[in-house]
Design a protein around this ligand. Structure first.
Ligand code: SF4
Length: 448
């Protein structure tokens, strides 16, 4: 790479797409690069790392676009594409994105600094593909401790899945389930909270089955262990497949004030016929039972979800049924996705693919329902005292405004006196007005 010399620090830029697991992996790669003497670029970088996503056609397209953008930004840069899209579509990337020099999949990223050194020492621009097949049984790849600038860091604790939902490419990208050593999880969480982070998000491909491969622990056990750490912080669970929710987990969440009363449970469809064709191992009745149990144990709990609309074979009646089920569940928020056929997945070959215009209309209907339910949830927060972790502080017309999320994942904005709250601290806010995006309130002052 022209201009590359061991004298001058080599700079890098990491571009992260996709899920919280990707965010955690990018933070770990950042830690490893800085450990190895690479420096974050202020502007143009010598090395670009695109941590890619393959979950939808749009995500794959964005990954390619970021690689092209990197090459435009610095024609001499080393462009590396890592992650899920690299793992499942490296042939396509080779064909469509000549801008990429090195393709790495979802294994081997812990060796990123060495891979870069080896590549740079070759002094050539030969394309390298370092994608390894996933094996039936695999060890968890420890990627080292992460470097975070954001307020609410994500800690990855699990990787892989063996559910084989018919639409899902993640299972092909991530391999079979494997869990991180609980000691290393505790070490990373302790390091992050000692560094002042006040909320830790735990993430995995199939979080709820954490520990199944280790035999002597579980997500519930891990939460108990982390709840004993002596710091003022809280734990939030990232997306949790309904198949992984146990009574023990809900009970541990309800017992520990440190664990946020918030569940992100991807339902995917409210219609049993569609759930069956998706290969989801629960019915809408079983999903509702989990939500009811969670609400009985944690009345303040918020339950948000993912819904796929326009799955092959979905009739108008199925769509109506799905909408009604979502309404009955009174979910607190929805992420709605139009079904996106993914290569190498069974559903991509199913008959009765839904026409794009019908899919589009159904997405709009489901999104509108999601916003209505979220607004209802925010209205239910009125008058309540919410523990907000301040993430943003803005000064406008001489008035300081704070913003952050409550324990049940309500976005809260509030006026404050600058001395009252700093970024990264908790403040009690009384919710006073509901909006489509969250609530506005005022800081609960002592004696109020
Ligand atoms: S549970 Fe299903 S959707 Fe989730 S990662 Fe596994 S196969 Fe994919």
């Amino acid at each position: 790479m022209p201009g590359y010399s061991m004298e001058k620090p080599v700079t890098y830029k990491i571009i992260t797409l996709g899920c919280p697991v990707n965010q955690a992996e990018s933070a770990a790669m950042e830690g490893a690069l800085q450990e190895a003497g690479f420096q974050p670029a202020e502007e143009t970088a010598d090395i670009y790392i695109i941590n890619s996503c393959a979950v939808t056609k749009v995500a794959a397209r964005k990954s390619r676009k970021e690689a092209r953008q990197a090459r435009r930004e610095n024609p001499h840069a080393l462009v590396i594409l890592v992650g899920c899209y690299g793992q499942v579509e490296h042939e396509e990337i080779k064909e469509l994105v000549p801008e990429v020099d090195v393709i790495i999949g979802t294994t081997g990223r812990s060796r990123l600094p060495q891979i870069i050194d080896e590549y740079l020492k070759t002094g050539t621009r030969q394309r390298e593909v370092r994608v390894q097949k996933h094996f039936r049984v695999e060890q968890y790849e420890e990627m080292g401790l992460s470097r975070y600038s954001r307020q609410r860091p994500v800690v990855k604790i699990q990787e892989g899945c063996d559910e084989f939902c018919t639409y899902c490419v993640v299972v092909l990208a991530r391999g079979t389930p494997r869990s991180r050593d609980p000691e290393l999880v505790e070490k990373e969480v302790a390091q992050l909270v000692a560094a002042g982070h006040r909320e830790i998000i735990l993430a995995g491909t199939h979080l709820g089955i954490y520990g199944r491969d280790l035999g002597d622990t579980s997500l519930a056990q891990l939460l108990k262990r982390l709840s004993n750490l002596e710091y003022p912080f809280r734990i939030r669970l990232s997306s949790l497949e309904p198949m992984g929710v146990t009574d023990e987990l809900l009970e541990v969440m309800a017992e520990s004030p440190r664990i946020c009363p918030h569940l992100y449970l991807p339902l995917q469809s409210g219609c049993n016929r569609t759930l069956k064709r998706m290969g989801r191992r629960y019915t809408i009745e079983e999903f509702s039972a989990i939500v009811e149990k969670a609400r009985a144990l944690m009345p303040e709990v918020s339950v948000i979800s993912d819904i796929i609309v326009g799955f092959p074979g979905e009739t108008e009646e199925d769509h109506r049924e799905s909408m009604e089920a979502v309404r009955r569940l009174r979910l607190s928020g929805l992420h709605v996705f139009p079904y996106s056929p993914r290569p190498k997945t069974p559903a991509a070959r199913y008959p009765n693919q839904v026409r794009p215009d019908i899919k589009k209309r159904r997405v709009e209907e489901m999104k509108a329902l999601g916003e209505e339910l979220a607004f209802q949830f925010y209205q239910e927060q009125m008058g309540k005292e919410l523990q907000v972790l301040v993430e943003k502080v803005k000064q406008q017309d001489g008035v300081a405004r704070g913003e952050g999320f409550s324990e049940n994942y309500t976005l809260v904005r509030f006026l404050m006196d600058r001395r009252e709250a700093a970024k990264g601290s908790f403040v009690p806010v009384k919710a006073e007005k509901a909006y489509r995006w969250g609530v506005e309130g005022s800081i609960k002052r002592v004696g109020q």
